[in-house]
Write a new protein. Structure first.
Length: 114
Protein backbone atom coordinates (compact mmCIF):
# COMPACT_ATOMS: atom_id res chain seq x y z
CA UNK A 1 0.00 0.00 0.00
CA UNK A 2 1.35 3.41 -1.01
CA UNK A 3 1.26 5.71 1.96
CA UNK A 4 2.98 8.28 4.13
CA UNK A 5 2.24 8.29 7.85
CA UNK A 6 3.32 11.21 10.02
CA UNK A 7 3.81 11.04 13.78
CA UNK A 8 5.35 13.04 16.59
CA UNK A 9 3.10 16.08 16.76
CA UNK A 10 1.71 17.46 19.97
CA UNK A 11 1.53 20.38 22.37
CA UNK A 12 4.78 22.06 23.39
CA UNK A 13 5.70 25.27 25.17
CA UNK A 14 7.52 28.07 23.36
CA UNK A 15 11.21 27.30 23.21
CA UNK A 16 10.59 23.58 23.30
CA UNK A 17 11.37 20.87 20.76
CA UNK A 18 9.52 18.22 18.81
CA UNK A 19 10.62 15.60 16.33
CA UNK A 20 8.24 14.68 13.54
CA UNK A 21 8.61 11.45 11.64
CA UNK A 22 7.17 10.30 8.33
CA UNK A 23 7.13 6.61 7.48
CA UNK A 24 6.86 5.71 3.81
CA UNK A 25 5.69 2.49 2.21
CA UNK A 26 4.67 1.14 -1.15
CA UNK A 27 7.07 3.08 -3.36
CA UNK A 28 10.80 3.48 -4.03
CA UNK A 29 11.49 5.97 -1.27
CA UNK A 30 15.12 6.62 -2.19
CA UNK A 31 14.14 8.07 -5.57
CA UNK A 32 11.75 10.65 -4.15
CA UNK A 33 12.46 14.17 -2.97
CA UNK A 34 10.90 14.56 0.45
CA UNK A 35 9.35 17.72 1.83
CA UNK A 36 7.62 18.91 4.98
CA UNK A 37 4.85 21.44 4.58
CA UNK A 38 2.65 23.09 7.17
CA UNK A 39 -0.72 24.78 7.17
CA UNK A 40 -1.91 27.07 9.90
CA UNK A 41 -5.60 27.90 10.36
CA UNK A 42 -6.88 30.20 7.62
CA UNK A 43 -3.48 30.26 5.92
CA UNK A 44 -2.14 28.62 2.78
CA UNK A 45 0.02 25.54 2.98
CA UNK A 46 3.69 26.51 3.03
CA UNK A 47 6.90 24.65 2.37
CA UNK A 48 9.00 24.20 5.49
CA UNK A 49 11.91 22.01 4.46
CA UNK A 50 13.07 19.81 1.60
CA UNK A 51 15.66 17.07 1.30
CA UNK A 52 16.84 15.69 -2.02
CA UNK A 53 17.48 12.06 -2.86
CA UNK A 54 21.16 12.57 -2.00
CA UNK A 55 20.56 14.52 1.18
CA UNK A 56 20.81 18.14 0.11
CA UNK A 57 18.55 20.30 2.24
CA UNK A 58 16.80 23.63 2.06
CA UNK A 59 14.57 25.49 4.50
CA UNK A 60 12.06 28.27 4.68
CA UNK A 61 13.61 31.44 6.08
CA UNK A 62 11.25 31.31 9.03
CA UNK A 63 12.69 28.01 10.29
CA UNK A 64 16.36 28.23 9.27
CA UNK A 65 18.64 27.48 12.18
CA UNK A 66 15.81 25.92 14.19
CA UNK A 67 14.55 22.99 12.09
CA UNK A 68 16.53 20.12 10.60
CA UNK A 69 15.24 17.68 8.00
CA UNK A 70 16.85 14.26 7.61
CA UNK A 71 16.12 11.01 5.83
CA UNK A 72 16.97 7.35 6.24
CA UNK A 73 16.53 5.58 2.93
CA UNK A 74 17.03 2.16 4.47
CA UNK A 75 14.21 2.72 6.94
CA UNK A 76 12.14 4.73 4.43
CA UNK A 77 11.69 7.57 6.86
CA UNK A 78 12.09 11.32 6.87
CA UNK A 79 12.26 13.33 10.08
CA UNK A 80 11.90 16.96 11.00
CA UNK A 81 13.66 18.03 14.18
CA UNK A 82 12.12 21.26 15.42
CA UNK A 83 13.91 23.27 18.10
CA UNK A 84 13.20 26.62 19.75
CA UNK A 85 9.58 26.38 18.70
CA UNK A 86 7.49 29.53 18.50
CA UNK A 87 3.73 30.06 18.64
CA UNK A 88 3.79 30.91 14.95
CA UNK A 89 5.00 27.37 14.24
CA UNK A 90 1.57 26.10 15.24
CA UNK A 91 0.11 24.24 12.26
CA UNK A 92 -0.72 20.89 10.79
CA UNK A 93 2.50 19.46 9.37
CA UNK A 94 2.39 17.31 6.25
CA UNK A 95 4.93 15.01 4.70
CA UNK A 96 5.18 15.03 0.90
CA UNK A 97 6.98 12.69 -1.47
CA UNK A 98 7.70 14.02 -4.96
CA UNK A 99 8.84 11.77 -7.76
CA UNK A 100 6.89 9.81 -10.32
CA UNK A 101 3.91 10.79 -8.20
CA UNK A 102 3.17 13.36 -5.56
CA UNK A 103 2.15 11.69 -2.31
CA UNK A 104 0.84 13.22 0.90
CA UNK A 105 0.42 12.07 4.46
CA UNK A 106 -2.59 12.79 6.61
CA UNK A 107 -0.82 15.43 8.68
CA UNK A 108 0.10 15.80 12.32
CA UNK A 109 -0.87 18.72 14.56
CA UNK A 110 1.82 20.81 16.21
CA UNK A 111 0.68 23.35 18.78
CA UNK A 112 3.12 25.73 20.43
CA UNK A 113 1.53 27.44 23.40
CA UNK A 114 2.15 28.26 27.02
Amino acid sequence: QVQLVESGGGLVQPGGSLRLSCAASGFTFSTYVMRWYRQAPEKERELVAVISTIGNTNYADSVKGRFTISRDNAKKMVDLQMNNLKPEDTAVYYCNAAGRRSLWGQGTQVTVSS
